[in-house]
Write a protein that binds this ligand. Structure first.
Ligand code: PGA
Length: 240
């Protein structure tokens, strides 16, 4: 079931997302976190709240959705670096509790299996999601089986193009593979909070909400999740 919250713009979407997230920033909770442009406003609000109100993350765990394969964690565009730069370095979460999948190592599939085991042991209370212009969630591109576990995947051409802006607009620098929580993993979260802003998300939002549940639009599976809040701005809601 979707609870669709329509807001004016990105700033309002970030305010609303923070209001939802704040309920879960409590000892013992497990947060599912995301990268990309979408959550930045929310993370700024979380940092501000931590600094001004002392809201603590000492007894909170987090699991990120995905990571590029082959980028060292010191690379500024690795999702490990992104999370530290934009959130973890500014709050009091413990390094060992802030999990980001590793895209480095000999046995990526084995590591992916271990990541799912960790999530099974510490189920996610609220999973934050963005949505790709092709309807992907995390790096689950169209055609990914709905029951997929955390796995290694090839990025779709459209995603490589979308992410090119982070790699000096040089397509040859964009990694072509990622480790991603699977759709099956994401669906285990107790609550989902998806934020979509901007006109380039309008079609994906329409397909997710009104389209058939079909692997051609990975986000459409969320229609089967019992507890999803979708925050959309006017531009992303324009086809609803
Ligand atoms: P964005 O990416 O937040 O940078 O728009 C969303 C996504 O691809 O899931």
């Amino acid at each position: 079931m979707f609870n669709v919250v329509k807001v004016k713009d990105y700033e309002e979407a970030s305010d609303k997302a923070f209001e939802v997230m704040k309920e879960f920033i409590k000892p013992g909770k497990v947060l599912g976190l995301a990268t990309g442009s979408t959550p930045l406003g929310l993370y700024q609000r979380m940092v501000k709240d931590h600094k001004e109100n002392g809201t603590s993350y000492k007894d909170i765990k987090s699991f990120n959705l995905d990571e590029y394969v082959g980028l060292p964690i010191s690379h500024p565009e690795s999702y490990y670096a992104f999370m530290h730069r934009n959130l973890f370095d500014h709050i009091d979460i413990m390094e060992e509790n802030a999990h980001v999948p590793s895209g480095l190592g000999e046995d990526l599939e084995g590591q992916a299996k271990h990541y799912d085991e960790m999530i099974d042991n510490d189920p996610v209370d609220i999973q934050l999601l963005g949505i790709g212009s092709d309807g992907h969630i995390a790096f689950n591109e169209p055609g990914t089986p709905f029951d997929s576990p955390t796995h290694v995947t090839d990025l779709a051409e459209s995603t490589i193009k979308d992410n090119c802006r982070f790699f000096d607009n040089d397509i040859s620098k964009v990694p072509t593979q990622a480790v991603t929580q699977g759709i099956g993993t994401i669906m285990k979260a107790k609550n989902i909070l998806l934020i979509a802003t901007g006109a380039n998300k309008a079609k994906a939002v329409k397909d997710m909400i009104d389209g058939p549940v079909d692997e051609a639009c990975p986000a459409s599976i969320l229609q089967k999740h019992p507890n999803v809040t979708i925050i959309v701005d006017e531009a992303a809601a324009s086809l609803l």
